[in-house]
Design a protein around this ligand. Structure first.
Ligand code: AMP
Length: 626
């Protein structure tokens, strides 16, 4: 273990990925990925639920997703900070049910409960926190967490909420490609370069262009010039596309429609086959495939050519985003393209990058680890262990306010360096107006209907004045996390309204606290329900056994004893009834006691039944001794 002095209150780096997540730490020896408690370094971003309780996180949850298609949440990052209405295209191919949660947020229905993507992410973060604590030997309370550069404010807020739910202070939220550039810069110590980080993962795509320069006073300065991307574009889309093609083929051979053909489990299985085939095709040019659907077995080869045909439209979208970023960076010449994310292992992706940038992509860093390593480097900067690096990041999407007529007045433009602030003056449109509604929006389009609503608030308590006289100054402040705060003040009266911005797709402080409380309460209730359901299953078997045995031995048992057995059986039966109806009054401890009582009381019935069935039989041991 590293000396405790260097490690008091460490700041770890966490890559909270769509497919896999990992935690890293950086000390004077440099950044390294920490091992998980369960072994390995990549934690599959999968959580299985029983009610609202996360019963399994990581590899086991992922491996048994076919068995529990509705209870296993994968790719929750796609839903982070999204409304139910917006989630339609994000849920394609997911086997669990996405429903409308509090304030229209996308939530996941796990059968008997609803969980928010933030809670799913919190379970993953908690597992990483505990793994880091085991590896470092100290409590871990602070983390730098990465998000796709193109995450908007709602998605960043949701990530912060998840961290707080996991008992972690999100010391800084940084962009994944920027983290990758930090890791690259720290590892290669190259200055005076323009780097493009091409980050194509399971669920998101980002392209970021940075300049790494040497500064006499500081050391290395990482300045983001432009960023672009798509938070709903990833390797998952390619898996889905191939899986659909395979399902269509299998359904066709049975003469039925795809919808009526495959169960959720079968769909999940085909997705797994499709992903495995895709990964294998990064090395080979063809792979054999055999999928057993019960009614039919699909046996055939998948070729790289076929996969590339399906993947081409998605790869094309990544290149279009690169064009946008290069335009925003005023066509700067790129010296290096660093590849990040598992999907950059596909030959078609590498070829497209090579062609667009005219240079061979840099692949020496492991694309699975580089983001977490960079986050750990940023953690060590924030912990004060390194002062030779400076990170100047940008805001990915413009921020503005709704104006009369449904237009958007932009206060901060995309690719502005953060932290940043901007102010704008507004006034009233009606005489004597004492309150003004404000609507905060994010996006590049001109009209409210084409931008994303971040928050609404009302500036109250203005002294009545004629229309146009109040001078309302609205200030937007984007902190180093890329998270927005809004303040409003009426200049003439000095009236500063206490504005609490409730993010449209985030959670309020009190909601986070309530969720923490609820998760504990729910956990107890769900555990009790789980236990009662288990007891009911075992008790039903006991009752069946005792009823069968009684049918054979009733004549040899005295009436008092029979009465005692029947009372114990009736008691257990009534508990089974309560468990079957999920009755909230059921006391699992009392059920357990009743079951144990029945086990004890029915002992004599079992003994009689056994001797009855042995009667007239010559047992092997008797035979051998005579
Ligand atoms: P990430 O979000 O960076 O963990 O990337 C996960 C995505 O990368 C998933 O869609 C994986 O299927 C994909 N992936 C991982 N390894 C490979 C590979 N060798 N070839 C193609 N895709 C891969």
């Amino acid at each position: 273990m590293t000396p405790a002095g260097a490690l008091s209150d460490p700041i770890v780096g966490i890559d909270l990925g769509t497919t896999n997540s990992l935690v890293a730490y950086c000390d004077e020896r440099g950044p390294r990925v920490l091992p998980l408690r369960a072994g390995g370094r990549l934690l599959p971003s999968a959580v299985r639920y029983a009610g609202a309780v996360a019963v399994s996180v990581g590899a086991e949850a992922r491996a048994r997703a076919i068995e529990f298609p509705h209870e296993t949440v994968v790719s929750a990052k796609r839903l982070m900070g999204r409304s139910f209405a917006e989630s339609a295209d994000a849920v394609e191919g997911l086997q669990y049910r996405v429903v409308e949660g509090v304030r229209g947020l996308a939530a996941i229905d796990t059968g008997s409960q609803r969980v928010l993507p933030q809670e799913v992410a919190a379970s993953i973060l908690r597992e990483l926190k505990e793994s880091a604590e085991a590896a470092l030997g100290v409590e871990v309370r602070r983390a730098v967490i990465t998000v796709p550069a193109y995450f908007d404010d709602g998605q960043r807020q949701a990530t912060r909420d998840a961290a707080r739910l996991a008992g972690l202070e999100p010391t800084r939220i940084i962009n994944e490609p920027t983290a990758a550039a930090l890791a690259y810069g720290v590892t290669t110590r190259r200055h005076g370069q323009v780097i493009a980080v091409f980050d194509f993962g399971g669920g998101t795509f980002d392209i970021t262009i940075l300049r790494v320069s040497a500064d006499e006073a500081i050391g290395s300065v990482f300045e983001v010039l432009a960023t672009a991307g798509d938070t709903r574009l990833g390797g998952d889309d390619i898996d889905h596309s191939l899986a659909q093609a395979l399902l269509r083929e299998a359904a066709q051979s049975c003469g039925v429609s795809v919808d009526s053909f495959a169960t959720p489990s079968a769909r999940q299985a085909v997705r797994d086959f499709a992903e495995a085939a895709k990964i294998a095709l990064s090395e080979s040019t063809r792979v054999p495939l055999a999928i057993d659907f019960g009614s039919v077995t699909l046996r055939r080869e998948v070729t790289r050519e076929e996969l590339e045909r399906l993947a081409a439209p998605f790869v094309e979208r990544t290149i279009r985003a690169c064009d946008r970023a290069l335009r925003d960076a005023h066509g700067v010449a790129v010296d290096r393209v660093v590849l990040v994310g598992g999907s950059t292992r596909m030959p078609i992706v590498r070829a497209a990058v090579r062609e667009r940038f005219g240079i061979e992509p840099y692949t020496a860093l492991d694309p699975d680890l580089v983001v977490a390593l960079g986050a750990a480097v940023q953690g060590s900067i924030l912990a004060g262990h390194r002062s030779d690096l400076l990170l100047l990041d940008v805001i990915p999407l413009s921020l503005g306010l709704e104006t009369i007529g449904g237009g958007v007045a932009k206060l901060i433009h995309r690719n502005a360096s953060i932290p940043t602030r901007a102010t704008e003056m507004f006034s009233t449109s009606v005489d004597g107006q004492t309150g003004v509604d404000m609507h905060v929006l994010q996006g590049e389009r001109e009209m409210v209907s084409d931008c994303r609503s971040l928050a609404r608030f009302t500036l109250r308590g203005l002294p009545p004045m004629p229309a146009g006289i109040p001078q309302i100054e609205v200030e937007f402040l984007v902190d180093a996390n890329g998270v927005l705060q809004v303040e409003a003040i009426e200049r003439r009266s000095g009236c500063r309204a206490g504005v609490q911005v409730v993010p449209t797709y985030g959670l309020t402080e009190s909601e986070v606290e309530a969720m923490e409380r609820d998760s504990v309460t729910h956990a107890r209730a769900d555990m009790a329900r789980h236990r009662a359901a288990d007891l009911a299953v075992h008790s039903r078997l006991d009752l069946k056994w005792i009823t069968d045995a009684l049918a054979r031995t009733r004549g040899q048992l005295d009436a008092d004893y029979l009465g005692e057995v029947e009372r114990a059986m009736a008691e257990v039966e009534s508990f089974i009834g309560l468990a079957t109806r999920s009755d909230p009054t059921l006391d699992a401890d009392a059920f357990q006691n009743a079951k144990e009582r029945l086990d004890r009381v029915s002992m004599r019935v079992h003994e009689h039944a056994i001797s009855e069935s042995l009667k007239g039989m010559v047992t092997p041991s008797k035979e051998s001794t005579t």
